[in-house]
Design a protein around this ligand. Structure first.
Ligand SMILES: [Fe+2]
Ligand SMILES: [Fe+2]
Length: 376
């Protein structure tokens, strides 16, 4: 890509620069990418978020100043600059010869990952643009920079398959969901930490079983997840500035977000059996491994973790997943019968989720010092 545009998203030092490079690529590839229109519908499903930026801007990070400055210095030092682009480690990908089921699921994985990265990028960039608080705008600029690189890199991989996610189109056309700042903290903190746990688990698994590495992008996952780890650290520090966010009634919200994030991951991953088979990963094992790591990490700031060892946990996840499959089938079926089946599946999914929420959580004391380093 560098040959055409001069510079790569991986080398961009600000989010503005990264997005300008992506936009130039979009213009370049517009005509060739006939498949894009066909895909735009699936792209509309993952969400983009907006929030009360003034409230976020008013955060005073003085209570965590020492840890804050250290983290910002690490991010400013930018160890991953230039990392997220193809190099000699990028093996040839045989898209033509790939098993069609695997190809379909893998492309779905790349598109939803790219959209998720870009959703973070847009939210962080907007915060940076609207804010006046130097600490906050600096942090959000750095995080947006990283997410733009991540999204740009996934687009490199997609382009080899003749596809791409049109980032400019997404920014304009996607619906934005409003979340109060505290919900943004819980949801974003969790998605950064679970993202770290997901990427590092796959990376370590493929390190031990390289014959399952069917695509070169997995080789980039270690540095990738270290970026996500830092982003999660930043949100942990932001929450630490206000003890109310992680106590009292808010603990129920934390439980809700933990359950929702874990359950969503479980259901989504089980929609990609061929992808997990190719990786040599049992999705049930993978989910449990990721939940274990994420729970361990979130003890840095959340006073509870979900009891994922409870005998009811796994069967309820399976019920939820089954209800989701039935819901999908009923939607496709349509008509009055499809509608009736849809209602029944929705009710079952709702019940399973509520019962997951009712499993008592585990409480523990949150350490004085929140900061962690990636250890997996
Ligand atoms: Fe990212
Ligand atoms: Fe991130």
């Amino acid at each position: 890509m560098n040959a055409h545009t001069g510079k790569h998203t991986a080398d961009a030092t600000t989010v503005e620069e990264g997005l300008a490079i992506a936009e130039a690529q979009d213009r370049q590839y517009n005509d060739e990418m006939a498949t894009e229109t066909a895909m735009s519908n699936t792209l509309l499903t993952p969400r983009f978020y907006t929030t009360d930026f003034d409230e976020l801007d008013a955060i005073d990070v003085s209570p965590v100043r020492a840890d804050w400055d250290k983290l910002i210095d690490q991010m400013e030092a930018d160890p991953n600059k230039g990392h997220f682009k193809k190099n000699e480690d990028w093996d040839h990908v045989d898209w033509e010869g790939m098993d069609p089921a695997l190809k379909k699921e893998f492309i779905d994985f790349l598109i939803s990952s790219c959209t998720a990265e870009f959703s973070g990028c847009v939210l962080y960039k907007e915060m940076k643009r609207r804010g006046n608080n130097k600490d906050i705008t600096q942090l959000f600029q750095l995080m947006a920079r990283d997410e733009a690189r991540h999204a740009g890199f996934i687009n490199d991989a997609l382009r080899e398959a003749g596809l791409r996610v049109n980032l400019g189109f997404l920014t304009q056309k996607k619906k934005y969901t409003y979340f109060r700042p505290k919900f943004i903290y819980y949801a974003t903190y969790l998605s950064e930490k679970i993202g770290y746990a997901r990427y590092i688990t796959i990376y370590r698994h493929l390190e031990a079983n390289p014959e399952h590495r069917f695509h070169p992008i997995f080789k980039w996952f270690r540095e990738w997840c270290n970026d996500e780890f830092s982003h999660g650290e930043a949100f942990a520090l932001l929450m630490k500035t206000d003890p109310k966010l992680t106590s009292g009634r808010n603990v129920y919200w934390i439980k809700f977000f933990l359950t929702a994030v874990y359950a969503t991951m479980y259901v989504r991953d089980h929609q990609r059996p061929a992808f997990h088979k190719a990786l040599g990963v049992d999705p049930d094992w993978y989910a449990h491994e990721v939940f274990t790591k994420t729970s361990e990490l979130t003890k840095q700031i959340f006073p509870i973790t979900l009891d994922i060892e409870n005998p009811k946990w796994q069967p309820l996840l399976e019920k939820l997943q089954k209800a989701n499959v039935d819901l999908d089938t009923a939607r496709k079926e349509g008509g009055p019968m499809g509608f009736a089946k849809r209602l029944s599946a929705q009710a079952r999914a709702g019940t399973a989720f509520v019962r997951l929420m009712l499993i008592p959580s585990k409480s523990h004391k949150v350490p004085e010092n929140v900061r962690l380093e990636p250890a997996y």
